[in-house]
Design a protein around this ligand. Structure first.
Ligand code: ZN
Length: 847
């Protein structure tokens, strides 16, 4: 009996100590460590894996290692929204570190086909980037980075010397500092001294929205292509600065999984990525196999995850001559956790991440020449492939909106794509591309493959399942005019001077000294920013419901519906102050403001018409917290806060019963918040007295369920199969999903939700299979899917016919507005942002 008790005690004790390991648990045997380099415990005050490192601790350790060692330097490349530094610890032999700039320059020549022929790869080091924890709550990744850095900097002996002599290693310890800080705070704050592995424990229920995302709740591992956040802008700049040959991306997956390393699903590899990339990934995989075998960890490859969407950490490198590798370790999301496969400890997860970091380095060293050669060939091949491609160049323009064109060009330039102005006017696909406001991107350049992925619509796929979106045609998300040029006679001599920085979006005031009123068009991207700025200062502002032509001899222009009118009289500030405010606003927002002399127009309504309606400043609240959809809510918050300076009151479902909603005139619902009956009554009373309720994506089901609006969803009817094979059940379901595709909608340009658009066709992004019938009031379906709506991406024939002719946005009775799909997707859908902003600014004028 006594023996059994001792045994039980021993087992329980071993359960506890499992999460309190020493450095030996992680590090390879038979290696000595330089005692002048502080090991993690000495620096942090605890062993790796005992507590979760916060970002500031991890960052300080990297700085310390760079400070005390001749093998390393720290390079900062960005600051997060919350001001946390992002950077990489550059590690190599002391000799290489002294010459690091020269080594970098020589390495970059490999990516330049005009110079790469003479490089001797045999004499060059391989460049390896190890990237950890872009999802902030996948902590085994970031915590492992401290161990890898210590091992490389303190480790002694022939093996490490050989590695450092032949490689330059870039350790990016935390790819999402703000998310990491949030998550580490959570798991440390809920940790007990006696680790409790019960999965029901509070420790494993991180609060909304969790630490996966960045400050505005964006998944940074989708932003490598869109570059809308400081973290990714800096990281992609650092990628091009160093062009690593291998680029790892360390993640965590569900607690009940094992360990995944790439290659992923072969049929879903992006066809623009060379086949060789997949093979090299598999060859590197043999090293992960060896290292994970050495500690007996279970793992799998090829049956999950894919590199189709090229805006992720493991796929962006693949289309840039590098080998991107995704790792997915079963996530503890705490310190010790029961799983069907036994106890999963935080140190165990960290050790696996550490092991595959070392296996990557060994693979890099052994495959050095092959990897460098592959990089050189990748860029050489780009030029020859471009010669065979039927499209020679892409042309684009958007004369009515400088800001969108400028941001679009900024993204291209950050990806090292060459853009040129045009030398002559050209008409293509019925659009006149005027010189001065049109641009051309020739395919024959080193980023040939990447350019195709950004510009080319795709509707045919070898596999109907996707880990992420199925398309990302960038000019469509910006709603630009764009065309592919296929004939040499069209492209010959068309490229003028190279655009080396995005065109400036300088605004101006065109006005007499003492104007009667000021006008500006709504078509400019930042017009809402200007309007809000003016409203904030207390100005009387109006919107024109119709177009008109104005000609006072100086200003001669046709103004569209949606034009903002600011009368000079009736304001609380003097004419002189008003004029200087208008000038400041025009410059700050990059728009053109016109001062006009009189109220009579030459065509259409006059400036005193009652079709020019007075506006009230929007005061926006959005239901946030548990129940709300965090990506949708984050995109809305980011849009209003960072681009338009419009404050959003983020209010929890619980507070809505007691909140004084009269403070707001717009309330946005995403997801399915759990609002009490009292809260619902509060919203109903507010809505009846004039408040505008916006249902966004899944928020519309909530509106319907709570009887705020009537809408008819067209439910899916299955794939029509009468019998199924069990093994294919998941694949059969995926056939009917819309993983993220681009569709065409038609706009009613006279409707206030469509003010500011100059063309009645608008590409939109759709990532759910929702379809909703048009509302019965035929004047209230301003944005509808066309009859042949698929522009790019995957969608089953059955779904296309279900979606065609349905509503993208509709207006219900009682000032309720529905957006059934996303207008702000990943912050890069500049083209559809305005429909959403119109609901906020002009929802009040809907009758
Ligand atoms: Zn992840």
């Amino acid at each position: 009996m006594k023996k059994i008790l001792i045994l039980i005690l021993l087992i329980s004790f071993s359960t506890l100590v499992k999460s309190q390991v020493t450095l030996d648990y992680y590090l390879p045997e038979n290696i000595t460590y330089n005692s002048s380099i502080p090991p993690p415990k000495q620096f942090f005050g605890h062993e790796i894996g005992e507590w979760h490192l916060s970002h500031d601790k991890l960052y300080s350790y990297m700085l310390e290692l760079a400070e005390v060692s001749e093998r390393a330097v720290w390079e900062e490349y960005a600051k997060s929204y919350e001001g946390r530094p992002l950077g990489q610890l550059i590690i190599s032999s002391p000799e290489n570190i002294k010459n690091i700039e020269q080594l970098r320059q020589e390495h970059l020549i490999l990516c330049d086909p005009s110079r790469s022929g003479k490089s001797d790869v045999d004499k060059m080091p391989v460049f390896i980037k190890l990237g950890y924890g872009i999802h902030g709550n996948e902590s085994s990744a970031q915590n492992a980075s401290a161990l890898v850095a210590y091992y490389l900097i303190a480790g002694e002996g022939k093996e490490i010397d050989e590695l450092l002599k032949n490689s330059v290693i870039l350790i990016d310890p935390s790819l999402n500092p703000d998310g990491m800080q949030r998550h580490s705070t959570w798991v440390n704050f809920t940790k007990s001294l006696n680790n409790n592995p019960d999965p029901a424990s509070w420790e494993f229920s991180e609060t909304w929205p969790g630490g996966r995302t960045n400050h505005y709740w964006f998944d940074l591992n989708r932003d490598y292509l869109m570059l809308q956040h400081p973290e990714s802008k800096g990281r992609v700049a650092a990628f091009h600065k160093w062009k690593p040959n291998i680029n790892t991306d360390h993640h965590e997956t569900g607690a009940n999984e094992t360990f995944f390393f790439q290659p992923g699903i072969k049929s879903r590899n992006n066809p623009l990525t060379p086949q060789e990339n997949y093979e090299l990934t598999a060859e590197i995989g043999k090293y992960h196999e060896k290292y994970l075998n050495s500690v007996g960890s279970l793992y799998f490859t090829e049956e999950s995850f894919d590199d189709f969407y090229i805006g992720k950490g493991s796929s962006y490198p693949d289309i840039h001559g590098s080998i991107g590798i995704l790792f997915e370790q079963a996530g503890v999301k705490g310190h010790l956790r029961e799983t069907p496969g036994g106890l999963l400890s935080f140190p165990f997860a960290i050790r696996n991440q550490f092991k595959v970091s070392l296996s990557t380095l060994e693979a890099g060293l052994n495959m050095k020449d092959k990897l460098l050669e592959s990089q050189r060939n990748f860029y050489k091949e780009a030029i020859t492939l471009a010669d065979k491609n039927h499209v020679r160049a892409y042309l684009f323009s958007e004369p009515s909106d400088n800001a969108r064109v400028s941001e679009f060009i900024s993204i291209l330039l950050q990806h090292r794509i060459k853009v040129f102005g045009t030398t002559r006017d050209i008409t293509k696909d019925g659009v006149l591309y005027k010189t001065g406001s049109s641009y051309i991107v020739p395919l024959k350049q080193t980023e040939y493959r990447f350019i195709r992925s950004l510009f080319e619509p795709v509707k045919e796929f070898t596999d109907s399942a996707f880990y992420d979106v199925s398309t990302w045609v960038l000019p469509m998300s910006f709603n630009l005019n764009y065309s592919g040029l296929t004939l040499t006679k069209e492209t010959d001599g068309l490229a003028g001077s190279e655009i080396i920085s995005p065109p400036s979006i300088a605004g101006e005031l065109v006005s007499p000294e003492d104007p009667y009123a000021f006008l500006f068009e709504w078509s400019e991207y930042y017009s809402p920013k200007a309007l809000f700025l003016l409203q904030k200062t207390g100005l009387q502002t109006r919107v024109s419901m119709e177009s008109f032509v104005y000609d006072d001899g100086v200003v001669k222009k046709s103004f569209s519906a949606g034009t903002i009118v600011i009368p000079a009289t009736g304001q609380t500030i003097s004419g002189k102050e008003l004029r200087s405010l208008m000038e400041k606003t025009a410059k700050e927002c990059g728009i053109t403001v016109y001062g006009v002399r009189t109220g009579l127009t030459t065509e259409g309504i006059d400036l005193g018409s009652n079709r020019i309606i007075a506006l009230t400043k929007p005061s926006v609240a959005m239901v946030t917290g548990e129940g709300a959809n965090s990506p949708d809510a984050g995109e809305i918050w980011h849009l209003l806060d960072t681009r338009f300076n419009v404050p959003v009151t983020m209010i929890t479902a619980q507070r809505l019963s007691a909140a004084d909603l009269r403070r707001y005139n717009v309330l946005i619902i995403t997801g399915s918040p759990d609002i009490s009956p009292v809260g619902l009554d509060n919203i109903r009373a507010w809505n009846r007295s004039g408040g505008i309720l916006i249902g966004y994506e899944t928020g519309n089901r909530w509106l319907l369920r709570n009887k705020f609006a009537d809408m008819e969803f067209i439910e899916e009817t299955g794939d029509g199969k009468e019998d199924g094979v069990y093994m294919y059940r998941a694949a059969d379901r995926q056939v009917q999903q819309i993983p993220g595709s681009i569709f065409e909608t038609h706009l009613d340009l006279t409707h206030p939700l469509c003010f500011g658009y100059t063309r009645d066709i608008l590409p939109v992004f759709k990532s759910t299979s929702t379809a909703v019938k048009k509302v019965t009031d035929i004047y209230s379906n301003p944005v509808q899917y066309t009859e042949d709506p698929l522009l790019s991406g995957y969608c089953s024939v059955k779904n296309i016919s279900r979606i065609k002719g349905t509503s993208f946005a509709s207006v219900h009775e009682n000032r309720v507005i529905s957006f059934y799909d996303n207008t702000n997707f990943r912050a890069v859908w500049y083209g559809t942002n305005k429909v959403f902003l119109n609901a906020i600014f002009f929802g009040q004028v809907l009758r």
